[in-house]
Design a binder for this molecule. Structure first.
Ligand code: PMP
Length: 331
């Protein structure tokens, strides 16, 4: 018999968007249809923000689909579960097998999202049932989600207008470490970014306790100073972005001087170029901060060079970095 919600025309999946046909999500060893991949509204992860995740890109190459830096993403994912204290049962090898199986089962996937969560309905902050479920979704965010939400604008600009969020010091290792990719770490940036959006900005930049620049809500941050040195905040107050690491490695390879160093707002305003990096964003040029234009051209020459090299690498076009791609026939 149909439940009350179904009688009223709702299904859990239909509440936010129409399920894409033929998509399957790997959950604890089984591939389940997209619309059945649900948890209870009172589950611990939902109620307490304890879900840990990672997000990686999939690229078409001559040898078929390949995941970008799969092992590095999985190492970060496992580290996040350790920082949060989730008892994960799967090894890195198990997770690797699951990710490749999910990509094979979902042709045309552009990303892989791996999640560890406590599906149990819990009353207390500390769960009685600490079973950690793992879900791996391989899909195309635009075709499978954005296009299936009627009326959703696709917000993408080739460069971004930034608001510097100075009031709230968002990156605090003493509360929840910035290295943990856990849902709870996104709530405070969400509040700040939502406010900034209402004022007409696209993105925000977060500062740490000392007021030094840290990162965006889902991106890392770089600037190029007037001497042409590429500078990014040091590791302690940011998520260890895989794109951040890749850009640092590519810059060193290409002979661009690099510094991981504390940066102040005035360094940003004096920069000749600045950009954000992330799995979804790639290299994303910043064109203004708090309404003030940055540099003389956007994207600037260093940003353009790194953006293009990074893109070539992700598509398998640079043999020197071919080892960053894992093909689905490897596992
Ligand atoms: N910082 C935060 C807080 C993020 O959520 C992300 C997205 N994973 C990034 C930086 C960029 O990391 P990556 O390059 O691995 O996508």
């Amino acid at each position: 018999m149909a439940g009350l919600l179904e009688q009223a025309g709702y299904s859990p999946a239909a509440m936010s968007h129409e399920s894409p046909p033929d998509r399957h999500i790997w959950i604890d060893g089984a591939l389940v249809p997209w619309g059945d991949a649900v948890v209870h509204v009172l589950s611990h992860s939902h109620a307490r923000g304890s879900l840990v995740f990672d997000y990686m890109s999939v690229h078409d190459t001559e040898r078929g689909p390949a995941v970008f830096r799969l092992d590095d993403h999985l190492a970060r994912f496992i580290h996040s579960t350790e920082l949060v204290g989730l008892p994960l049962r799967q090894s890195a090898e198990d997770l690797r097998t699951a990710c490749l199986a999910a990509v094979r089962a979902n042709p045309g996937a552009r990303v892989v999202k791996v999640q560890a969560y406590l599906p149990s309905v819990e009353i207390d902050v500390v769960p009685e049932d600490d079973h950690v479920a793992v879900a791996v979704a391989a899909f195309d965010p635009r075709a499978d989600v954005v296009a299936r939400k009627p009326g959703t604008p696709y917000r993408y600009r080739s460069s971004v207008r930034i608001w510097l969020e100075k009031e709230r010091k968002q990156r605090r290792p003493d509360i929840m470490h910035p290295h943990a990719k856990v849902a709870a770490n996104y709530t405070s940036p969400m509040v700040a970014k939502w406010r900034a959006r209402q004022k007409g900005y696209d993105e925000i930049l977060l500062v740490d306790e000392a007021g030094t620049l840290a990162e965006g809500p889902t991106t890392n941050f770089f600037l190029v100073d007037s001497a042409g040195t590429l500078r990014t905040p040091p590791e302690q107050s940011v998520l260890l972005g895989i794109t951040r690491r890749s850009i640092l490695e590519l810059a060193r390879h290409d002979g661009i001087p690099v510094e991981e160093v504390a940066l102040r707002p005035e360094d940003l305003f004096a920069a000749s170029e600045a950009f954000l990096t992330g799995t979804s964003a790639g290299v994303w040029p910043i064109d203004s901060v708090d309404g003030k234009a940055l540099g003389s051209e956007v994207p600037g020459p260093v940003s353009t060079r790194l953006r293009d090299h990074f893109q070539r690498v992700t598509e398998g076009g640079d043999p020197a970095f071919a080892h960053w791609l894992t093909h689905t026939d490897e596992g």
